[in-house]
Design a protein around this ligand. Structure first.
Ligand code: ATP
Length: 239
């Protein structure tokens, strides 16, 4: 076992001929919550996709729990323990909460009794989802949908959760609920790497902050230090 859940070494990646990430280096301590901030187009979402195996790593390497996963596709990485909740609403809006959650466990091919036990665990952790069990996902509030999507990915049993703008479109109250949920998850040992536009609120809750600029990580530090950094405050935090 290693204390670093994810290590990214000089990662290069992009879309077609377009290179977006020009050599990103990062080490994510196990059990920590890291927020990536930066200007639009800096490559934050692309970095999450590269870690999840959706964007190919053309140069450099990605190690998960000490294992080189650079050549593995997204399904193989999910099976190993890297789960991604992409940006925007990504559930099946016409299916119920229960049905969406069952799809979340799909990659594990559980026996019906085991699936039932896992769903019980999820509802114990997220009682709000139990209350909305038979509701169509499209009729949930934005905050409830975000939590359901995290729960769907958690059913694949990841040890690293990648979250792309989990507070997008949420009220301040719903954002607080989502961030509280993330804190509970990291307290139980999960590691979280998150991209967030609500930079100040996220840095006030998480452990470490990363600032990305033009496809490179410019800074990695304790969240409190990032919040106190004069240039970052001016450029990204509106302070
Ligand atoms: N599928 C794609 N095909 C081609 N170019 C893309 C694709 N997705 C993103 N890009 C481009 O890659 C660059 C980085 O995008 P990315 O989404 O990683 O930025 P970001 O830092 O997350 O910014 P934002 O906050 O705007 O989402 C942008 O110029 C974007 O237009």
């Amino acid at each position: 076992m290693t204390d670093t859940v994810l290590r990214i070494d000089q990662a290069v990646g992009g879309y077609g001929d377009l290179t977006i990430l020009h050599g990103v280096d990062m080490a994510v301590p196990a059990g920590s919550w890291i927020t990536i901030i930066g200007a639009n187009g800096a490559g934050k979402s692309t970095l999450l996709k590269l870690v999840a195996g959706i964007v190919r790593c053309r140069g450099g390497a990605v190690h998960f729990e000490g294992r080189d996963v650079t050549a593995l596709d997204s399904l193989a990485r999910l099976r190993l323990g890297i789960g991604l909740v992409p940006q925007g609403r990504c559930n099946f809006p016409l299916l119920s909460v229960a049905e969406n959650l069952k799809l979340g466990a799909y990659t594990r091919r559980l026996r019906p009794a085991d699936l039932e036990a896992e769903l019980q665990q999820v509802t114990a952790r997220f009682p709000r989802l139990k209350e909305r069990w038979h509701t169509m996902a499209g009729n949930l509030s934005g905050g409830e949908q975000q939590i359901m999507e995290m729960a769907m990915v958690l059913l694949a049993r990841p040890r690293l959760l990648l979250l792309d703008e989990p507070s997008l479109g949420l009220s301040p109250q719903a954002m607080g609920m989502v961030f509280d949920t993330i804190r509970e998850l990291t307290a139980s040992g999960l590691s979280v790497l998150m991209v967030e536009q609500n930079a100040r609120q996220a840095l006030e809750c998480c452990d470490y902050g990363v600032v990305m600029e033009l496809g490179r990580n410019k800074l990695f530090d304790r969240a409190s230090a990032v919040l106190a950094h004069p240039e970052i405050r001016r450029l990204f935090l509106g302070l």
